[in-house]
Design a binder for this molecule. Structure first.
Ligand code: NAP
Length: 473
């Protein structure tokens, strides 16, 4: 029986590692996700096997675990089916919160009901402390993040002042005192345990509440990493190697993703967590100002230029996701391809509101993976591109990031679309993107604005291309 347990754990860990690795490539992401889900199912089955025959494990416990897994699985499946792509950050936050809460509950069970789980040793008590502390922060922080993104919560004025740092430091000190007391009592002091739960929960709220809505995806990625750390600590509490390895992998992956997002936005993690300076519409300094030289054109002119092109690059952005225009876009690009025009999609690492946002959006519309080109791959190709179609993207194509040292965007890697022969920018008006600053691209001689909702413009464009006979054999 023990050998079977180890075998199941080993297979589950391998599948999980392969799943996380596969998520880094668009082509393999879908199957990688399924692999990771199978790993989790195996982990639950392995757990049931490992408790078979142990005296503390009754038939009732079996029923609880099976019913819990079924209810959780069904709720997860329904949520995943229903959630729109633009609400993905909120969903990830909610799932992270559930992870944090699970680790917190496991640690509480170990502390409140000694004897049922591995306990007594210094390692077990320290693990309980870490699991309660990180799990509680992850739970409350993730729920606040979700509520802020949904617009259910806003930051109270005093939280925007420096007072919040003092409050958070005071809460961190209370957590430290409670942790020392809990360890000193070999895990038996229930007063210290509950103090730790409450203080770390409040700390999660205090750290997350002041953060601007637009910076929230970075914080959610960080909380995802925390949920991994909490799970790994819970693994030490219950003596599950599988949970330790899986938690460590999630913790490391979340941390790497957080770093990638910060690099893509040219922000430091410290400025995201403690500064809250650059949020949606927060800054118009450096590179701000009015537009004086805008050229706009009709959908018909855009269609005529596309008809004459040999190479077209599509740049999707947040606005494309808001408009849910991916399917109409796919119809447009099918017509162009049928006319022998080469079409590629330029994917900026932080286009949209979550890493991979654009990949998932385009995959939904059956865009072939090989046409999705990462920024570093596509940037050298822009000088040889006839037409770039920027769809609801703004910051990720702002040349200020390379040309204007005073711009808040300076240093952020961007797509060099201005090097193409002609650039069409589809957006509803002249509003700024996430950074809140002016975009110099819009005033360049080779740029024309096509104003309107992305879905409507693409629908009209499709009609014009049909009228011109583009793509008809
Ligand atoms: P963006 O800079 O936020 O710009 C989106 C543009 O879409 C807006 O200027 C808006 O202009 C337009 N738009 C909105 N709804 C539209 C609609 N229905 N039809 C047509 N256009 C519409 O988006 P982005 O270029 O994708 O850049 C993403 C930004 O988010 C970056 O600054 C990035 O750093 C930040 N961010 C990304 C992540 C991530 O991980 N991906 C995380 C946090 C923050 P109008 O209102 O005039 O139409």
């Amino acid at each position: 029986m023990e050998f079977l347990n180890y075998a199941i754990d080993l297979v589950a860990v391998l599948l999980l590692a392969l799943g996380i690795k596969g998520l880094s490539k668009v082509r393999s992401a879908r199957s990688a996700n399924q692999l990771a889900a199978v790993a989790m199912a195996l982990a639950v089955i392995g757990l049931l096997f490992s408790y078979l025959g142990t005296p503390s494990f009754s038939g009732q416990a079996w029923i609880w675990i099976i019913v819990g897994s079924l209810v959780g699985g069904v709720l997860g499946a329904i949520t995943a089916q229903r959630v729109p792509m633009t609400s993905m950050p909120e969903t990830v936050a909610l799932f992270n919160g559930c992870g944090g809460m699970s680790s917190l509950l496991v640690a509480l069970a170990a502390a409140l009901f000694p004897g049922t789980l591995d306990d007594g040793t210094l390692v077990a008590v320290v693990s309980i402390v870490i699991s309660v502390f990180v799990g509680s922060i992850t739970f409350t922080g993730s729920i606040v993040a979700m509520a802020k993104l949904q617009g259910w919560l806003s930051t109270p004025p005093w939280m925007q002042s420096k007072v919040r740092h003092l409050v958070n430091i005071a809460l961190a000190v209370v957590c430290l005192v409670a942790a020392i007391k809990l360890i000193g009592s070999d895990g038996s002091s229930q007063g210290a345990l509950w103090l730790l739960v409450i203080a770390s929960g409040l700390l999660g709220v205090g750290v997350t509440l002041p953060i601007g809505g637009a910076d929230m995806p970075v914080v959610i990625s960080l909380l995802n990493s925390y949920s991994g750390v909490a799970a790994a600590a819970a693994g030490f509490v219950v003596g599950s190697q599988l949970l330790i390895v899986a938690g460590a992998m999630v913790g490391a992956a979340g941390l790497i993703l957080t770093q990638v997002m910060c690099d893509g936005m040219n922000r430091s993690l410290v400025s995201v967590l403690f500064g809250g300076a650059l949020g949606a519409g927060a800054s118009t300094a450096g590179g701000g100002g009015e537009y004086t030289n805008i050229t706009s054109c009709s959908v018909e002119e855009c269609a005529l230029t596309l008809e004459a092109a040999e190479r077209v690059v599509i740049v999707p952005g947040y606005g494309l996701a808001v408009a849910q225009a991916q399917h109409t876009l796919r119809e447009v690009t099918r017509s162009l391809e049928a006319a022998g025009i080469q079409v590629d999609y330029a994917i900026h690492p932080v286009a949209g509101r979550m890493p991979g946002h654009m990949n998932v959006l385009l995959a939904e519309a059956d865009v072939p993976y090989e046409q999705l080109k990462e920024m570093d791959v596509i940037n050298p190709d822009f000088p040889a591109t006839d037409v770039v179609l920027v769809l609801g993207a703004n910051d990720v194509v702002n040349p200020q990031a390379k040309n204007d040292p005073n711009s808040p965007l300076y240093g952020m890697p961007v797509l060099d679309v201005q090097q193409a022969r002609t650039v069409f920018v589809v957006k509803r008006g002249m509003s700024a993107g996430y950074s809140g600053i002016k975009n110099d691209l819009f005033e360049l001689a080779n740029t024309s604005m096509v104003f309107g909702d992305a879905k409507k413009v693409l629908g009209d464009l499709l009609g014009e291309l049909k009228e011109l006979g583009v793509g008809k054999k």
